[in-house]
Design a protein around this ligand. Structure first.
Ligand SMILES: NC(=O)c1ccc[n+]([C@@H]2O[C@H](COP(=O)([O-])OP(=O)(O)OC[C@H]3O[C@@H](n4cnc5c(N)ncnc54)[C@H](OP(=O)(O)O)[C@@H]3O)[C@@H](O)[C@H]2O)c1
Length: 216
């Protein structure tokens, strides 16, 4: 399986690429900085320079042509501006989906967020804007004819993966290792029967293989 990843140099995206490569699949994606390309190449992962916001749908479609699946795991991450959040987290998935349709890539996995993430905290306006944009992206993707899967992870950590998760339709928002999110993404990509589903995942006690198998 060849998977085109937007956000391939990010915390989750890099781990998805590594796990795909380890499993004998091929991961490719776009990076914005040459040092990211070098770091990924050292791990056997090919990238091309590219920026989701700057590229046209046609150019994006050419970049992913021949892939079996597309993963969106990018995000402005609050590092830039609210406008960047709108363009990347909000508008990015719909644009990538349009490119996937044009390139004939039917399977699309979106890494999203729990709608109730950090409701118990008093988050600032930028975080609220991020949440609104993430939801907008979900609503746009589900309107497409693609074989989409939306995976909402709880709060991400850089702890080593446990290989065990709690995966399903509605889960309590806790924490999950980026490693385990990546392994769940790979498990879902490997299970084409799972399509047009919104799933939530957090740290848990079920092996990722069993958790994916248990989905109807
Ligand atoms: N943090 C959390 O607790 C949490 C919880 C649930 C869901 N999420 C979501 O999970 C996803 C992955 O999170 P993460 O921690 O892996 O994020 P991350 O480490 O910040 O990675 C995001 C990647 O997106 C890339 N990107 C940003 N704008 C781009 C553009 N215009 N074109 C191409 N690539 C672009 C970034 O590239 P650069 O390296 O060039 O900046 C970065 O590599 C995000 O969608 C996030 O919203 C996060």
């Amino acid at each position: 399986m060849k998977v085109f990843i937007i956000g391939i140099a990010g915390g989750v995206g890099r781990r998805i690429a590594e796990k795909l490569t380890e499993a004998g699949h091929e991961a490719v994606g776009l990076v914005r900085r040459p040092e990211q390309a070098r770091a990924l190449a050292a791990r056997g992962i090919a990238t091309a320079p590219g920026d989701l916001v700057a590229m046209s749908i046609d150019v994006l479609a050419e970049a992913m042509r021949g892939a079996d699946a597309v993963v969106f795991s990018a995000g402005a991450g609050g590092k830039e501006s609210d406008e960047a959040t709108t363009r990347v987290d909000g508008d990015g998935p719909e644009k990538l989906a349009a490119a996937a349709e044009r390139a004939g890539v039917r399977r699309f996995l979106l890494v999203s967020v729990f709608p109730e993430a950090w409701r118990e905290r008093r988050m600032d306006a930028s975080f609220e804007h991020y949440m609104v944009e993430k939801k907008k992206a979900e609503t746009q993707l589900v309107e497409t004819g693609l074989d989409w899967v939306i995976l909402r992870p709880s709060a991400l950590t850089d702890e080593p993966g446990a290989g065990r998760v709690d995966l399903g339709v509605a889960k309590i928002h806790e924490t999950i290792a980026r490693d385990d999110v990546a392994a769940t993404v790979v498990g879902l990509l490997d299970a084409p029967r799972i399509r047009r589903r919104i799933l939530e995942v957090t740290g848990g006690n079920t092996s990722i293989r069993d958790a994916v198998e248990a989905l109807d």
